[in-house]
Design a binder for this molecule. Structure first.
Ligand code: ZN
Ligand code: ZN
Length: 342
């Protein structure tokens, strides 16, 4: 067996390349080795490649994929070679106090922010790589159910899980909620609109991209090119997926009393808030890294029942051989390759 492999490496703004590196091996009984078969960029990856984040290369990039299992450690039960699995972006043990409390993105058994595709909590490789070692595999990996095309759920380990996390709890409290989604990044706002419609919300979607507006309309959202006027009434839930401080400020003033605002774009600098308006109105504001592993069974069930259409967000489909040229040529490219375990 080859001892080296190719790893997709972010070098500098506008530049990624394949680099030869050591092929990962089982290091602990709870590990699995997986091979990504459908990978895509998180919206943050696109910002990294454009040089709009503080993260400097070189490092292995990529944290959204579906993979086939190549090998499992002796301590892994319920998974075997050949299984096709969703891989959460974060590394989490599944058993510590925080994992048990449903916040595996803050797992206590791993360095803070341990994840694939960014070197901020250790180096776990990236989910475009030929092979990836997944710690705590029995707790981390979730099998793709029968009838679900693995290519369609490549984003479930991060961006689609975000949509579920920021909506489900609030729509449970406010059935049929009026939801305002400010889109603008590659996919995440669209995923939110899709999941919100599936959860029975009245969805209003803002985006300057006519392509994304058309997609949102086709799944049942009311669409706008610019933020709707305050005359249109207030919203139960506001989702900031645009990474624009001015739009976020407006969104915070368009909520019903004690409404919910979730910010799912990533800001790297401080953002001013209309704090007195928020005080007078009552605003529940939340921002944070998604606890994907918790949500995977629920969003896979939605997909299996045909309630959501995440595949519409992909802007192109390529082979992994085309990644270097294609990764930033469109907003949400999907990369696929044949399985080797069948
Ligand atoms: Zn991400
Ligand atoms: Zn944990």
């Amino acid at each position: 067996m080859a001892t080296t492999m190719q790893q997709l490496t972010f070098i500098s703004p506008g530049k990624v390349e394949w680099r030869e590196t050591k092929r990962p091996a089982i290091a602990s009984a709870s590990d699995a080795i997986v091979r990504p078969i459908a990978s895509t960029t998180c919206d943050v990856d696109q910002a990294i490649i454009r040089g709009q984040t503080p993260f400097n290369g070189p490092f292995a990039i990529g944290h959204e994929c579906v993979a086939e299992i190549i090998e499992v450690g002796d301590g892994v039960s319920g998974l075997e070679r050949g299984d096709v699995v969703c891989v959460p972006w974060h590394i989490a043990c599944g058993t510590c106090k925080n994992c048990q409390a449903g916040i595996p993105a803050s797992c206590l058994a791993t360095p803070n922010a341990a994840m694939f595709g960014l070197p901020i909590g250790g180096d776990y490789g990236g989910l475009f790589d030929d092979y990836v070692r997944v710690p705590f595999a029995g707790e981390m990996l979730v099998k793709v159910p029968e009838g679900v095309n693995p290519h369609h759920v490549a984003s479930f380990g991060d961006n689609v899980a975000v949509a579920w996390e920021v909506l489900k709890q609030h729509i449970d409290r406010v059935p049929g909620a009026r939801v305002l989604v400010i889109g603008g990044s590659a996919s995440i706002g669209l995923f939110v609109a899709d999941v919100a419609v599936a959860l029975g919300a009245d969805v209003h979607y803002v985006d300057r991209s006519s392509r994304r507006r058309e997609l949102a309309k086709s799944i049942g959202a009311t669409v706008y090119k610019e933020l709707p006027s305050p005359k249109m009434g207030d919203f139960d839930i506001g989702i900031d997926a645009c990474v624009d401080p001015e739009s976020l400020r407006k969104l915070l003033t368009m909520l019903k009393p004690e409404g919910y605002c979730e910010s799912i774009g990533v800001y790297f600098e401080d953002v001013p808030f209309p704090i007195f308006d928020m005080y007078m109105r009552g605003v529940n504001f939340h921002i944070g890294r998604v606890n994907s592993r918790v949500h995977l069974p629920f969003i896979l069930d939605l997909k299996q029942r045909g309630c959501i259409h995440p595949e519409h967000a992909y802007t192109a489909t390529h082979s992994y051989d085309e990644i270097v040229e294609a990764i930033s040529a469109s907003a949400k490219p999907l990369f696929v390759r044949d399985r080797i375990t069948i």
